[in-house]
Design a protein around this ligand. Structure first.
Ligand code: GDP
Length: 198
C-alpha cells in the first residue's frame, strides 16, 4: 500500500464521539514510550503525524487519522506510565475500554511491545482483556534495531512462551518493526491492505 494521504481528523476522550464515517479502523496501543508515535509516523511516512514526545503519558486522547481516504488509523493513549497519577493509570481507562467494546468498525488492534523487554504484566493483562472481549489483534514488536538480528527470533519465542503461559493456544500474527530503519513497514501496510480488500 502506498500512502497517498494521511490527515488528522479528531481527538477525543469519548468513544461515542469518534467519527461516524463507517471506514475500517485499526487501533494502535501500548505502554507509554513503546515507540507508538514513531511507528505511526514511520508507517504513514509523515514526520510528525503522531507526536513523538519526551513526555510519555502525555497524549491521553483517542486520535483518528484518515489514511488514503479509506481507513482510519487510531492512535490510543499509552498505558502504564508510572508518572501518570494512580487513578489515571488505573489499569485501562474507561474511555479506552469503551472504545474497544463499542467501536463497531474496529477491524484489528495492534498491541505494541518493546522487543527488548521480558513480557510485562500490564501488556499481558491488556492482551488477555482483548481476548475476553474478542477483539482481533496482532502484536507489533518495536525497536528491533536495538537488538542484534540474530536475537530477534529468541525474543519472539520468549514472548510466545509468556502468552502460552497465559492460556493462549498460539502466538497471534505478529510484526517485527523498527521505526528507525522502517523495518516491517511493507508487511504491516500489506496486512492492512489485505483486510481492506476482502
Ligand atoms: P510513544 O510514547 O509510544 O509514542 O513512543 P515514541 O514514539 O515517542 O518513542 C519513545 C522513544 O523511543 C523515543 O525516544 C524514540 O526516539 C524511541 N524510539 C521509538 N521507536 C524506535 C525505534 O524503532 N528504534 C529506536 N532505536 N528508538 C525508537
Amino acid at each position: 500500500m502506498k500512502i497517498t494521504s494521511a490527515e488528522f481528523i479528531v481527538s477525543n476522550s469519548d468513544a461515542d464521539k469518534c467519527p461516524k464515517e463507517p471506514l475500517p479502523e485499526y487501533a494502535f496501543i501500548g505502554r507509554s514510550n513503546v515507540g507508538k508515535s514513531s511507528l505511526i509516523n514511520m508507517l504513514t511516512d509523515r514526520k510528525s503525524l503522531a507526536k513523538t514526545s519526551g513526555k510519555p503519558g502525555k497524549t491521553q486522547l483517542i486520535n483518528h487519522f484518515k489514511i488514503n481516504q479509506n481507513w482510519f488509523l487510531v492512535d490510543l493513549p499509552g498505558y502504564g506510565y508510572a508518572k501518570v497519577s494512580k487513578k489515571t493509570k488505573e489499569t485501562f481507562q474507561k474511555f479506552i475500554t469503551d472504545y474497544f467494546e463499542k467501536r463497531a468498525q474496529l477491524v484489528c488492534a495492534f498491541v505494541l511491545i518493546d522487543i527488548r523487554l521480558e513480557a510485562q504484566k500490564i501488556d499481558l493483562e491488556f492482551i488477555n482483556y482483548l481476548g475476553e472481549i474478542e477483539v482481533p489483534f496482532c502484536i507489533i514488536f518495536t525497536k528491533a534495531d536495538k537488538i542484534s538480528r540474530g536475537k530477534i527470533d529468541g525474543h519472539v519465542a520468549a514472548y510466545r512462551k509468556a502468552l502460552l503461559a497465559n492460556n493462549w493456544e498460539e502466538m497471534p500474527q505478529y510484526f517485527v518493526t523498527s521505526s528507525l530503519e522502517a523495518t516491517g513497514r511493507d508487511q504491516l501496510l500489506e496486512f492492512i491492505d489485505g483486510i481492506n480488500d476482502e
